[in-house]
Design a protein around this ligand. Structure first.
Ligand code: ATP
Length: 132
């Protein structure tokens, strides 16, 4: 089966690099399943898990936030503010972050930056999700 090269990169490091038969990501306009020979494309991603189908139908799941995905030839590049593999995620930290965001959103005090709290909640949920 034909393969694609996938790289997930943050300002800090290359978080993932490898061959894949499919990449599933949540674009701003909906879920995207990228297969080899996909047409060239660039799209912003929602804060969500990204799934990379590798050798033998194994799936690598990653939490990605502030990301863009570029598809060009048989290369998929995800540039993101943050990206973590499940093994790099501190679940207790994500749960604490989720709790803070939920508390802020339920209190809704006037000076609350609602979008910021919602983004924080999405990051925490994506991190918890990929560790399951
Ligand atoms: P927190 O409130 O716990 O700091 P956050 O969503 O505000 O969470 P980010 O600003 O998205 O954190 O990330 C800052 C850095 O910390 C990034 O390098 C990110 O990969 C890392 N990071 C954030 N949360 C976790 C976590 N639960 N486990 C491991 N690394 C994390």
């Amino acid at each position: 089966m034909s393969k694609m090269t996938v790289e997930v990169v943050t300002p800090e490091r290359v978080v993932y690099s490898g061959q894949a038969s499919m990449v599933i990501a949540r674009g701003v306009q909906g879920d995207l399943g990228i297969l080899p020979k996909h047409m060239p494309m660039v799209t912003p991603l929602k804060i969500a898990p990204v799934q990379i189908k590798v050798e033998g139908d194994q799936v690598v799941r990653m939490a990605v936030s502030g990301g863009f995905m570029e598809v060009r030839g048989d290369k998929v590049t995800i540039l993101a503010e943050t990206a973590e593999m499940p093994g790099d995620i501190d679940v207790e930290r994500a749960k604490a972050s989720k709790g803070r965001a939920e508390k802020r959103l339920s209190e809704k005090y006037p000076e609350l930056d609602v979008q910021r709290a919602e983004r924080s909640l999405q990051r925490a949920l994506a991190r918890i999700d990929v560790t399951k």
